[in-house]
Design a protein around this ligand. Structure first.
Ligand code: ATP
Ligand code: MG
Length: 185
């Protein structure tokens, strides 16, 4: 899976619609302190299904919504869209991809209404989105996404935790999600 575009609106400091094109190869995000570099990475994790407000540096999930400034009012919703290209033989679970092999995931949160997800225009559950990215080994908790201050935690992880990280990196985390699902039925 390769990310192509990330679009944000009302998300943290990105109040106005913002589109980031992710070209093949290495992408660097540079800018002064507080300009929103970490917020961009958080938007990426969030659209992939992040469910911990704490790991989004917030007290509650609604804290990702633009909170307003002295000159601009707060927003009522936040939306992040991620477009990705799937590898030739990959399938987006039961959802499928568009004809050009593009997967488009949208997550939106409204004050008082929680999060809703769409994949290629269809309403889906958070679990469906988690499975797509777990299978693609790029999940919200993938060790491939290491946020500021977390490098030490990866190094200091207990063996079981590190095994979970490696399993996610290897793309087999999706199998465990499905097994737990099957055991509950
Ligand atoms: P550094 O270089 O220090 O790591 P950074 O570029 O990673 O900085 P971020 O942490 O991404 O910066 O952005 C911080 C900014 O985002 C702060 O100005 C903060 O006020 C703003 N911010 C965070 N959440 C919200 C929100 N819900 N509404 C409005 N602004 C927000
Ligand atoms: Mg930062």
């Amino acid at each position: 899976m390769r990310f192509r575009r990330l679009k944000l609106a009302g998300f943290k400091s990105f109040v106005d619609p913002t589109e980031l094109r992710i070209e093949p190869g290495l992408t660097g995000i540079v800018g002064p302190n507080g300009c929103g570099k970490s917020n961009l990475l958080e938007a990426l994790r969030w659209v992939m299904g992040e469910s911990s407000a704490k790991s989004m540096r917030g007290g509650g999930m609604e804290d990702v919504i633009f909170a307003g400034t002295a000159t601009r009012p707060a927003r009522g919703f936040a939306e992040v869209q991620l477009a990705a290209e799937l590898d030739g033989d990959a399938v987006a679970g039961p959802i499928g991809v568009s004809e050009d092999g593009e997967l488009e995931v949208v997550r939106r949160i409204e004050r008082g209404a929680g999060s809703a997800y769409r994949v290629n225009g269809r309403d889906v559950r958070a679990k469906d989105v988690a499975l797509i990215f777990a299978d693609a080994a790029t999940g919200a908790h993938s060790p491939a996404l290491v946020s500021q201050g977390r490098i030490g935690a990866v190094i200091a992880a207990k063996p079981a935790e590190r095994r979970a990280m490696l399993e996610e990196a290897a793309g087999i985390a999706g199998l465990h999600v499905r097994r737990r699902d099957a055991e509950q039925k």
